[in-house]
Design a protein around this ligand. Structure first.
Ligand SMILES: Nc1ncnc2c1ncn2[C@@H]1O[C@H](COP(=O)(O)OP(=O)(O)O)[C@@H](O)[C@H]1O
Ligand SMILES: [Mg+2]
Length: 367
């Protein structure tokens, strides 16, 4: 075994864990996964594989792993605390605790002086009227936990919709947020290792449809250096406050008055997939490096422009993508289902015009 190779346990076995393993194997790392079962996208890539709700699998992962990580902010924080008594878990429980609950997350933004949309925590239906009176409409009601890809959200336009909005929360605690008339959505990924090295990827621009990320442009066009610095400052504060080790992603709204934080994820992030071919070191490799105590890699782009386009719901005639110069196809080995992320295409180009032309050529081959 080489001196840097480690056994990495991953809670979750979806495409993020799969891409972590693919990026970690060149460094000699070994991976074990606890997912839902044999059909997981990571199943065939692991040196061990089990189910996260099976006590014997959890014991097996503890025996296997030198370090444990997770691929979702919906990971059970109690499980992470228990595992962390025996094997280091990165990012630590503090990162998970804050990122998995929108109320705690926004409380942290407030404490660190990171601007975000006005919000109120709403634990019961009766509290919703007061929150709406204070914030006004339109506003977005979101479940405090477990939301993703726009699920668990309700855009409230008028008071008559409040009962329907509350019903959509299905009895869960919620957060009401003022609606942000943003110019565009940006995100940033930072990485910190236990030796307190920090690196930051450039801000990227994200376009969503039906609450799901469709396209990322990297770097985001027309970002002033001061805006990048501002975003890095927010990340630095979050990393330090949570003693975060690994990747941390922050989604932001760009508004007339500057950046507002939307939400963070204590993990590799869909808006960082461009970095697989697009950056000197991908977010996945940097996450592996960070949690195994290795020096972090450069985050600079390899070409002036990159884009990432998600393949959602159905795969389509993607072999056409393989004929296109500058395009890289990634499939996650998942069954087709409406709204499901099945893969993505990364595009690299030397000019913005060439990038847009490649995106236009790609469009007919993606659902
Ligand atoms: N307060 C808001 N104002 C305007 N648009 C919003 C607001 N909150 C969310 N959105 C839109 O919905 C998308 C998904 O919301 P987000 O809070 O990021 O949840 P998810 O966990 O589903 O990604 C955002 O990327 C944005 O396009
Ligand atoms: Mg989001």
């Amino acid at each position: 075994m080489t001196p840097i190779s480690r056994h990495i346990g991953v809670l979750g076995a979806g495409q993020l864990g799969r891409m972590l393993a693919i990026s970690g194997y060149p460094l000699g790392q070994k991976f074990g996964f606890l997912g839902a079962g044999p059909g997981d996208p990571s199943a065939l890539l692991g040196h061990m594989h089990g189910a996260v709700d099976d006590a014997r699998s959890v014991e097996a992962l503890l025996r296997f792993a030198d370090v444990i990580t997770y691929e979702s902010e919906n990971t059970d924080v109690e499980l992470v605390r228990r595992l962390a008594r025996e094997v280091p878990v990165y990012p630590g429980a503090a990162s998970l605790y804050h990122a998995q609950h929108r109320g705690r997350e926004k409380g942290l933004f407030d404490r660190l002086g990171i601007p975000c949309a006005p919000y109120r925590r709403v634990a019961e239906r009766a509290a919703l009227d007061g929150a709406v009176a204070e914030l006004g409409l339109p506003a977005v009601l979101k479940t405090a936990t477990e939301g993703y890809d726009g699920k668990g959200q309700y855009l409230v336009r008028e008071p008559g919709e409040l009962d329907a909005a509350w019903a959509a929360m299905a009895g869960r605690e919620a957060v009401l947020e003022g609606f942000v008339a943003f110019r565009r959505e940006l995100s940033i990924i930072a990485v910190r290792n236990a030796a307190d090295e920090h690196v930051y990827y450039p801000l990227v621009e994200n376009r969503h449809h039906d609450g799901i990320l469709r396209t990322t442009i990297a770097p985001a066009p027309a970002v002033e250096p001061a805006v990048q610095q501002k975003a890095e400052g927010y990340m630095r504060a979050l990393l330090d406050e949570m003693d975060h080790v690994g990747c941390l992603a922050l989604e932001l709204f760009e508004t007339e008055d500057g950046l507002l934080a939307n939400e963070m994820a204590p993990r590799v992030h869909n808006s960082g997939h461009w970095s697989i071919e697009g950056a000197q070191t991908s977010q996945f490799e940097n996450h592996v490096r960070a949690i195994t105590g290795l020096p972090l890699g450069e985050t600079t782009p390899r070409q002036p422009w990159a884009a990432m386009v998600n393949i959602i719901g159905e795969t389509g005639p993607v072999e056409e993508v393989l004929r296109m110069p500058g395009c890289h196809l990634h499939l996650y080995d998942k069954a087709e289902r409406p709204g499901r992320k099945l893969g993505h295409v990364n595009v690299l180009a030397d000019t913005r015009e060439a990038l847009d032309a490649a995106l236009a050529r790609l469009a007919p081959f993606l659902p």
